[in-house]
Design a protein around this ligand. Structure first.
Ligand code: 5AD
Length: 354
């Protein structure tokens, strides 16, 4: 007989929606066999929307200075053990040249919240990247900014903006983000979308105090907000943060959340995140099999890459080209096809700001 969980998963596959209570029921009761069903249906949904294509994004971590104190993050300013770096414009452009030669058509510029990078400096960098590489997409992942700053970056040519909502309930958000505002985070996400960026939200799985209700709340928020991109990864406990005595997030629960997300938002761009791959050797493949369709290889120079430590990870001393070759092999061996195009969301059409 079909279980209630299997029935709910099948309904979700057909209708792309479920109530919060139904999502909680799945999260609390799902067993191995039903997980297989969930991953198969998520994979089928991804295939129906994107075939077997996996889009690549070249990640450039350009500054690890951060003024925030997020409890889980190794870059928090209170972590005085962390040595800090900033890439110069020339160094960022060198990463882009290298990435472009390797075939990347998207660069993701990511940093801590570093006020050294004023609008003037950033728009100059964005403008130059777009001028040198007119056929690439530029994604920013640099945190909370004013609406006018977001507009400035967009006008300079940035196409996408990633700002994870991190967790969807105010109480847990406030605990983990001292001095930050839940309402402002939401407003930033709204602004990003209204301006015309392809917008990315997302959350961490396994945060202390995170119940199934809170996980389901994340999924409901994503369904309502309808981002173009969604980043979901497990917590990786960093020893130099207040969360040092907690456990890492569960890989299985992360995969379940990825698959539920694919079924809720069938055409979303969904990375198989680095954090997943840090926790288990087959993490990348697992993410793809749960419905993910994006991978973000790192283009940051090795020395800086070591210092960009949101969480501890194995840093390969390999040059980007070897790293990329390994990742491509892994994608192909899993039965998918590497797509080096820009990989825009289906609905995206760049408009001029009023
Ligand atoms: N474990 C997992 N994810 C983390 N992030 C930051 N620190 C950690 C950690 N210790 C995630 C946050 C942030 C993204 C860039 O990295 O969700 O938005």
């Amino acid at each position: 007989m079909k279980t209630k969980v299997a029935e709910l998963i099948t309904t979700l596959y057909q209708d792309n929606t479920l109530s919060k209570e139904e999502l909680v029921y799945i999260l609390d009761h799902i067993k191995q066999e039903e997980m297989e069903l969930l991953f198969n249906l998520a994979n089928a949904t991804r295939k129906a929307n994107y075939g077997s294509k996996v889009f690549l994004r070249g990640l450039i971590e350009f500054s690890n200075y951060c003024k925030r104190t997020c409890q889980y993050c190794g870059l928090r300013c209170a972590n005085v053990k962390r040595s800090r770096f900033r890439l110069t414009k020339e160094e960022i452009l060198a990463c882009c040249y290298q990435g472009y030669e390797l075939g990347f058509k998207t660069f993701v510029l990511q940093s801590g919240e570093d006020d050294y990078f004023t609008d003037e400096i950033l728009t100059d960098i964005i403008g130059e990247i777009k001028q040198k590489f007119p056929d690439v997409a530029v994604t920013l992942s640099i945190g909370e900014k004013s609406n006018s700053s977001y507009r400035n970056y967009y006008e300079a040519g940035a196409d996408r903006f990633l700002l994870r909502h991190e967790t969807a309930t105010k109480e847990l958000y406030d605990k983990l983000h001292p001095g930050m505002s839940f309402a402002n985070r939401r407003e930033c996400l709204e602004n990003i979308k209204v301006i015309g960026y392809q917008a990315g939200a997302g959350f961490i799985v396994g945060l202390p105090g995170q119940t199934s209700e809170i996980l389901a709340e994340n999924l409901v928020y994503l369904k309502e907000f309808k981002p173009h991109m969604i980043g979901i990864g497990p917590l990786i406990v960093h020893p130099d943060t207040p969360l040092k005595d907690y456990s890492n997030g569960s890989v299985e629960q992360t995969l379940i959340c990825l698959a539920l997300t694919r079924l809720l938002l069938p055409d979303v761009l969904l990375p198989s995140t680095t954090a997943l791959n840090v926790l288990v050797p087959q993490g990348l493949k697992g993410g793809l099999q749960a419905g993910a369709n994006v991978v973000m290889p790192n283009l940051t120079p090795v020395e800086e890459r070591k210092k960009y430590e949101l969480y501890q990870r194995r840093i390969s001393a390999d040059e980007s080209k070897f790293l990329l070759a390994r990742i491509e092999k892994c994608i192909e061996e899993a039965g998918y096809e590497v797509d080096k195009g820009r990989g825009d969301h289906k609905s995206f059409c760049r408009t001029k700001l009023e």
